[in-house]
Ligand binder design. Structure first.
Ligand SMILES: *[C@@H]1O[C@H](CO)[C@@H](O)[C@H](O)[C@H]1NC(C)=O
Ligand SMILES: *[C@@H]1O[C@H](CO)[C@@H](O)[C@H](O)[C@H]1NC(C)=O
Ligand SMILES: *[C@@H]1O[C@H](CO)[C@@H](O)[C@H](O)[C@H]1NC(C)=O
Ligand SMILES: *[C@@H]1O[C@H](CO)[C@@H](O)[C@H](O)[C@H]1NC(C)=O
Ligand SMILES: *[C@@H]1O[C@H](CO)[C@@H](O)[C@H](O)[C@H]1NC(C)=O
Ligand SMILES: CC(=O)N[C@H]1CO[C@H](CO)[C@@H](O)[C@@H]1O
Length: 640
């Protein structure tokens, strides 16, 4: 199959066709989430929480295709073992998403925030999105009117969730006087940031590099470079912005290798760390840094964290990328900066593009090294606890985060059931269930019904161990549903009631039983025959009890008690179901007549049986109605 597909595509395919690095699910066939390779070094010391990543194939958006495409690109949540929790790609139809993370400073409930990328044809600039724990979009912060797109680097929600910080790239022509060429003009991409009102997208604060950071500070352009047309020289390349309680802004410019503090009072540069004009006496170097954040900040002492990639597309400055925690003292002259923690990339590699560093509540550090989703978690002393990367080398994530989150999707769990078997007595129903985005589901309870208006009967319970849970039920179970159960045993949500899929042609599929194929069983009978204790009914039957009551001398010869009981139960179930079908087929009046007992006899007994079925076990049929099993058989066999 795979090779056939490969052959088919090898002629003109550009993309790799293999898919062994992607997950697949029966319940969500349109989702192909990325698989992980995870290595744990000390599981005990990991911080609690999930991973938040946003895989992309390439930064610039893809042109949509009319061909069917499965979902891989967008916001995804996984647990510590790489088990999928939420596939968010369907929410944004495979659009690139960046800076996807849990946010705790909006109100008491954790939220999610991320940047939705611009449209391939520039018809949309993208936006910042805030999503609640039900995966419902609560806020959308629109890009400014005079920028090309909502910049992909940063969407930083400030305390209270009222405002957010974002980077801006704005193209404009400038005079090259600073380069000693006053008669020439070139376009430049001005780097800046905005603080916007989350509710209205109104710009509250806007700051630009032009007039604050001169062209010669950039390591990207030489004084002799030829002037450029729009969008122009990207001379600073802003890639992070944060704010402290004092209201000052911390920004990172990758093409000046510098971190700047911008006064919230007047917009002036309060100090520069790194680059050619550093204001600090420092015991370290860094370059091409990413994700610069305040860890703490008071008037004179600031602790910053950032990823020192030390390399980019153009070359290496150091041999290993690292995350640096640096402490700045701005209350002394000269101001000092020293490294208080350095965590090297575990594989001693270089992160050429992008990345993130996050301090977790317990002091652990979670680092996204970006390419191929390479991530690591470290204890506060730097000890390596875990590394992970996508199985696929075709995807990266700009930043990776970890955090606790409670997901309660408003959509119900997804369930798919199918039945297999070649004889009435060996039918098996396979049920798959998942609940995209739900956290804290510990158990699934499965139910089935004998007919559409029947009562749901508990047919089994199983622990949730993966994104999708499989359950194998005896018999032909139909009208199947599942309940998601939390650690306290509460029902969190219930799937829709799904009909069970059958082979399109039972005979062709190997059916060797009676008729053209099986009909659904009455789950209560199967459950009783299997001796399962049904917590939703008063049944307290044991295997022995069921065996005694479903005893058929004709089948004891097999020497296999359980097999015989089961087959008998199936026979009865089938008979009852067929009898019910007959009753259901007649008019309401006839049913009424049946109910009033005018037909009496077997019909009445059957009706009583059907009514009593939920709370009473099959074995009560003969004792209550004085009707032996064989007579039920006769009833069904005698129908016209
Ligand atoms: C700021 O923090 C440093 C280090 O924790 C401390 O020594 C200093 O007193 C603090 N300054 C203020 C104004 O709180
Ligand atoms: C990088 O590695 C090379 C070879 O191992 C070594 O010669 C060089 O000194 C290293 N550079 C730095 C900045 O550590
Ligand atoms: C299901 O989970 C519970 C609680 O963790 C455990 O005691 C039980 O053994 C598990 N059952 C199975 C079948 O794994
Ligand atoms: C089933 O019936 C047979 C024949 O009547 C009897 O010998 C046997 O003990 C019964 N089995 C059970 C489990 O009651
Ligand atoms: C009895 O039947 C059950 C279920 O069909 C089967 O798993 C088991 O192997 C059988 N045992 C014997 C002894 O035939
Ligand atoms: C340690 C180190 O090599 N740091 C370098 C970072 O990159 C800048 C410029 O790109 C260099 O000036 C630093 O020496």
């Amino acid at each position: 199959m795979f090779w056939a597909a490969l052959l088919l595509f090898s002629g003109n395919a550009v993309a790799e066709r293999h898919d062994s690095d992607l997950m697949s699910f029966v319940t969500l066939p349109e989702v192909r989430a990325l698989k992980w390779e995870v290595e744990h070094y000390d599981r005990e010391r990991l911080a609690p929480g999930y991973w938040f990543v946003a895989p992309y194939g390439k930064i610039s958006p893809d042109q949509p295709t009319l061909k069917y495409q499965q979902y891989q690109v967008g916001p995804y949540i996984y647990d510590d073992n790489g088990v999928l929790i939420w596939a968010g790609a369907p929410l944004y139809d495979n659009h690139n998403v960046f800076d996807f993370k849990p946010v705790y400073n909006i109100d008491d409930d954790p939220h999610l925030s991320f940047i939705v990328g611009w449209e391939y044809d520039d018809s949309k600039k993208g936006h910042g999105a805030i999503v609640n724990s039900h995966y419902e979009v609560e806020k959308e912060v629109q890009a400014l009117s005079d920028v090309h797109d909502f910049n992909m680097h940063e969407f930083n929600i400030m305390d209270g969730g009222k405002t957010a910080l974002a980077c801006t790239y704005r193209s404009q022509p400038i005079n090259l006087a600073e380069f000693g060429r006053p008669t020439e003009e070139s376009w430049v991409t001005v780097g800046g940031f905005v603080e916007v009102d989350v509710e209205t997208s109104e710009v509250l604060v806007q700051w630009d590099s032009l007039g604050n950071i001169a062209l010669p500070e950039s390591n990207m352009f030489q004084a002799s470079d030829a002037p450029a047309g729009s969008p122009g020289w990207d001379y600073v390349h802003i890639n992070a912005v944060d704010k402290n309680e004092a209201g000052d802004y911390l920004i990172s410019m990758r093409f000046t290798n510098t971190i700047y503090l911008i006064s919230g009072q007047d917009g002036n540069i309060a100090w520069r760390l790194g680059g050619t004009e550093s204001d600090f006496e420092q015991d370290f170097t860094f370059s091409k840094q990413h994700d610069v954040k305040f860890v703490s900040s008071n008037g004179t002492h600031h602790v910053l964290s950032f990823l020192n990639n030390a390399s980019d597309e153009r070359g290496n400055d150091e041999n290993i990328s690292s995350v640096l925690f640096v402490e700045l003292d701005t209350g002394v002259v000269p101001m000092t900066a020293k490294v208080i923690k350095r965590i090297n990339r575990p594989d001693s590699g270089l992160t050429r593009l992008r990345g993130s560093a996050q301090t977790l509540p317990n002091g652990n550090v979670f680092i996204g090294w970006s390419e191929r989703g390479y991530s690591s978690e470290h204890a506060s002393n730097g000890d390596l606890l875990m590394i992970a990367q996508f199985s696929s080398d075709r995807y990266s994530t700009y930043r990776s985060y970890k955090g606790e989150f409670t997901g309660r999707p408003s959509a119900p769990p997804d369930l798919v059931a199918s039945v297999y078997g070649t004889r009435d007595e060996d039918m098996t129903t396979i049920i798959h269930v998942s609940w995209n985005g739900a956290t804290d589901v510990v158990q699934w309870k499965f139910y089935a019904k004998a007919y559409d208006h029947g009562d749901s009967v508990l047919i089994g319970t199983t622990n949730k161990t993966d994104f999708e849970t499989m359950f194998i039920a005896d018999g032909f179970m139909d009208f199947v549903s599942a309940e998601a159960i939390d650690a306290e045993g509460n029902v969190m949500h219930t799937s829709e009631i799904m009909r069970t899929g059958t082979p399109p042609d039972w005979k062709a599929a190997g059916w060797a039983g009676s008729g053209s194929g099986p009909s659904p069983d009455d789950p209560s009978i199967i459950v009783a025959a299997n001796g399962n204790v049904d917590s939703t009914s008063s049944a307290d039957s044991t295997n022995g009890e069921a065996a005694e009551l479903i005893n058929d001398s004709t089948s004891t010869g097999s020497g296999n008690r359980s097999g015989a009981q089961y087959a008998d139960a199936k026979e009865v179930a089938k008979a009852v179901y067929k009898a019910y079908d007959v009753i259901r087929g007649v008019s309401a009046l006839l049913i009424f007549i049946l109910l009033t007992g005018t037909l009496g006899g077997a019909g009445f007994a059957l009706w009583r049986y059907l009514r009593a079925r939920r709370s009473s076990r099959y074995q009560h049929v003969p004792s209550e109605e004085g009707l032996p099993v064989e007579e039920i058989h006769l009833t069904s066999n005698q129908r016209p």
